[in-house]
Each structure stands twice: as structure tokens, then as C-alpha cells.
Design a binder for this molecule. Structure first.
Ligand SMILES: *[C@@H]1O[C@H](CO)[C@@H](O)[C@H](O)[C@H]1NC(C)=O
Ligand SMILES: *[C@@H]1O[C@H](CO)[C@@H](O)[C@H](O)[C@H]1NC(C)=O
Ligand SMILES: *[C@@H]1O[C@H](CO)[C@@H](O)[C@H](O)[C@H]1NC(C)=O
Ligand SMILES: *[C@@H]1O[C@H](CO)[C@@H](O)[C@H](O)[C@H]1NC(C)=O
Ligand SMILES: *[C@@H]1O[C@H](CO)[C@@H](O)[C@H](O)[C@H]1NC(C)=O
Ligand SMILES: *[C@@H]1O[C@H](CO)[C@@H](O)[C@H](O)[C@H]1NC(C)=O
Length: 314
């Protein structure tokens, strides 16, 4: 018994940063909601593309509500295998999205320090939230980088990284040479700010940068040094799931391959987490299939799931 536990423990240490051996074959990933501007459809929302992105790589999704009790987040954290902070448009310090995100992030770090693998992914606003959680400040500056596709400019550290260090040849080529990463942000993290902030530069490694339309450089990809925490300022989910012709989104086979690669990467990370819901019924009651998205053919996001605070979890 003790020997088995020791071996399991050793194995999890060995697996920690290298192998993507599947362990948990029912991974469930939480996607965080955020406040809407107007409560016509609901107080908070999740854009459906982030959900489809995760589902397309073999995991289930549960929505994570904002403005809930710490118990709610603790119970959910103990039941799911990873968290995605999606893009959007709320304050990265004061919003309910930011507060809930910070709680979950701290739980992930604390769990990981005890050998409990738990991946966290931030996309766009989610990337920006990661920087705010680490510094306690909004250190973003303005960039001209909406509605544009670029290749990533890898840093020296990319090749040794967990996220980009073992890219298949084709994905590496598309990602560094072709316009496959969709940018949709007016703010970003400059390398100067990042390098000037010890909290950030001790916690994260910069894996890629990009130049905005005015030649200003921003950090486009980063990962935590000691944790499976990843941030992309760009939008891997858009190549797969955003079809509004108003936007310039790359749907070519290479862009799609890159997006699918990162969806699979994150779900592989989640398979290393063994958290489970107390019972199968609890899982069934929590998954996104319990909700209906609203479709708008002229909105930016096409399909959106809405949640009202007053509904409560049950
Ligand atoms: C919310 O309001 C802000 C400021 O008025 C605006 O920039 C943003 O586009 C709105 N977001 C959504 C999702 O409608
Ligand atoms: C949220 O409440 C508003 C106002 O009562 C209602 O119109 C809307 O349908 C509700 N949304 C959801 C998802 O329940
Ligand atoms: C959060 O929920 C409480 C009630 O539980 C409510 O009074 C408060 O307005 C909510 N916060 C926001 C930002 O709506
Ligand atoms: C790529 O980044 C390097 C520094 O990491 C910089 O010297 C170079 O100018 C950048 N190239 C582009 C096209 O952004
Ligand atoms: C990528 O897009 C830029 C415009 O942002 C364009 O100048 C460049 O030729 C494109 N590169 C490729 C490989 O299509
Ligand atoms: C997950 O693994 C840890 C240690 O590896 C163990 O303590 C815990 O009981 C496991 N949890 C479940 C739900 O199997």
C-alpha cells in the first residue's frame, strides 16, 4: 500500500513536466463566465467558441459562474481538471471574472505545490488576467492589434518550453511563418513592463512576442516556470469557430491545424489531473449541455451562453 503510494508519487513527479500520458480519460474543464454590459439576456456570459474548442479535443466543459461563494469555487475546483479564462471585456482587477479567476488560480498553485497537477489556460483577456493576478496591478498598455493575424516570433526560451518545446514540425512551421494567430486586443503586456516587474518575470517565461500595427512589441505567449499555467494573447479558438465575415479570421488548413494542436495540448494537460465530481450525477448536472446558447448572426461571437446571478448553482 505504502509502496504503491510511493511509486504513484514518484511517477507523478516523473510525468510532471514531460510526458503527456493519458491518465484521466474523463477530463472536465471549467470555463469562466464574465459580466455582460446589459442584462437583456443575462448578467454574465460565456462565448460558445471557448466551450467548443475544449470539447473538440476530448474533454467536457462546465461553466464556472462568477460572484459565487468561496465554497462554490472550492467544490468545483476539486471536481474539475483544468480551468480556461476566456477572452472578453471586463476589468482585470475589479470584475467578478477577475475575482473568481484569482481564487481559482491560487487554488491551482496551492494544489500544484502539493503535487496535485492542475492546468490553467488564459486566452486574450485571460492572458491579461494572469498578469494581473501575479502583480495585483493592471500593467497593460495600448496596442493597435485588433482583427489581425500574425505568425509568432518565438523567443530563445520557446524551444525549451513545455508549451512550444515539442511542437510537431508542421505546427512549428505554420506558427512561426504564417498568419495563423488571430489578435483581437487593444491592450497588451510590453516586454519592458514584464522585464521590469520581478513578480512577473520570476513567475513566467516569455515564449513569443509580436509587433502591433505600429511596430510596438507585445508579449504574445507565456508559460509559468513551475506550473502548468499558459497564457496566449491571441485566439486559437477563433480559427475553428468564428465565422462572422466582418472579421478577418484565418480558416485555412494550417490555421485550423495550429488551433487543434493547442486544444489537444491543453486537454492532454487536464488528463493529468485526477479531480472528479463526487458522483456521476453531479458531473451530469454541471456540464454545459444543461444550458442553451443564444445565437446572433450579427454579433461578434455568434453563440453565447448566458447566466443570471439570481439563478444560483442548483
Ligand atoms: C461593453 O462595453 C464596453 C464599454 O462601453 C465596450 O467597449 C464593449 O464592447 C462592450 N462589450 C460587449 C461584450 O458588448
Ligand atoms: C436573466 O434575467 C433576465 C431578466 O429577468 C431574463 O430576461 C433572461 O432571460 C435571464 N437569462 C437567463 C439565461 O436566465
Ligand atoms: C453579487 O451577488 C450579490 C448577491 O449575492 C449581489 O448583491 C451583487 O450585486 C452581485 N454582484 C454583482 C457585481 O452583480
Ligand atoms: C523577434 O524578436 C526578437 C527578440 O526576441 C527581435 O529582435 C526581432 O526584431 C523580432 N522580430 C519581429 C519580426 O518581430
Ligand atoms: C501576413 O499578413 C501580413 C499583413 O498583416 C502580410 O503583409 C503578410 O504578407 C502575410 N504573410 C503571409 C505569409 O501570408
Ligand atoms: C488523486 O491523486 C492524489 C495523489 O496522487 C491522491 O491523494 C488523491 O486521492 C487522488 N484523488 C482521486 C479522486 O483519485
Amino acid at each position: 500500500m505504502a509502496l504503491t503510494r510511493l511509486l504513484t508519487c514518484l511517477l507523478s513527479v516523473l510525468l510532471h513536466h514531460h510526458v503527456t500520458t493519458g491518465i484521466n480519460l474523463r477530463p472536465v474543464i471549467g470555463v469562466l463566465a464574465q459580466e455582460t454590459n446589459s442584462s437583456t439576456f443575462g448578467d454574465t456570459y460565456i462565448i460558445a467558441t471557448y466551450i467548443k474548442y475544449i470539447e473538440s479535443a476530448g474533454a467536457q466543459v462546465v461553466p464556472i459562474r462568477v460572484n459565487e461563494t468561496e465554497d462554490y469555487y472550492r467544490n468545483l475546483f476539486n471536481s474539475i481538471n483544468g480551468v480556461l479564462f476566456p477572452g472578453g471585456d471586463v476589468d482585470i482587477i475589479t470584475s467578478e471574472y477577475a475575482k473568481a479567476g484569482k481564487l481559482l488560480f491560487l487554488m491551482a498553485v496551492q494544489a500544484h505545490d502539493k503535487g496535485d497537477y492542475f492546468p490553467v489556460w488564459g486566452t486574450c483577456l485571460g492572458f491579461q488576467l494572469l498578469t494581473a493576478i501575479t502583480t495585483g496591478q493592471d500593467l497593460l498598455t495600448k496596442f493597435d492589434s485588433t482583427n489581425v493575424n500574425w505568425p509568432l516570433n518565438f523567443t530563445q526560451d520557446a524551444q525549451k518550453s513545455h508549451l512550444l518545446g515539442s511542437l510537431p514540425r508542421d505546427v512549428h512551421h505554420y506558427l512561426t511563418k504564417e498568419n495563423v494567430t488571430e489578435n483581437f486586443h487593444q491592450y497588451g503586456m510590453s516586454p519592458e513592463t514584464f522585464n521590469g516587474n520581478p513578480a512577473l518575470s520570476k513567475f513566467y517565461t516569455v515564449l513569443s512576442t509580436n509587433m502591433d500595427r505600429n511596430g510596438k512589441v507585445f508579449i504574445s505567449t507565456m508559460e509559468a516556470k513551475k506550473y502548468p499555467i499558459f497564457g496566449v494573447q491571441w485566439h486559437p479558438e477563433k480559427n475553428l469557430f468564428n465565422w462572422n465575415p466582418k472579421y478577418d479570421i484565418n480558416h485555412d488548413a494550417h490555421a485550423v491545424r495550429v488551433s487543434q494542436y493547442f486544444a489537444s495540448f491543453f486537454v492532454s494537460e487536464a488528463r493529468k489531473s485526477n479531480h472528479t465530481f463526487p458522483a456521476m450525477k453531479d458531473e451530469a448536472d454541471a456540464v454545459i449541455a444543461n444550458y442553451q446558447p443564444v445565437y446572433s448572426n450579427d454579433g461578434s461571437f455568434e453563440q453565447i451562453y448566458y447566466f443570471n446571478y439570481t439563478l444560483g448553482w442548483d
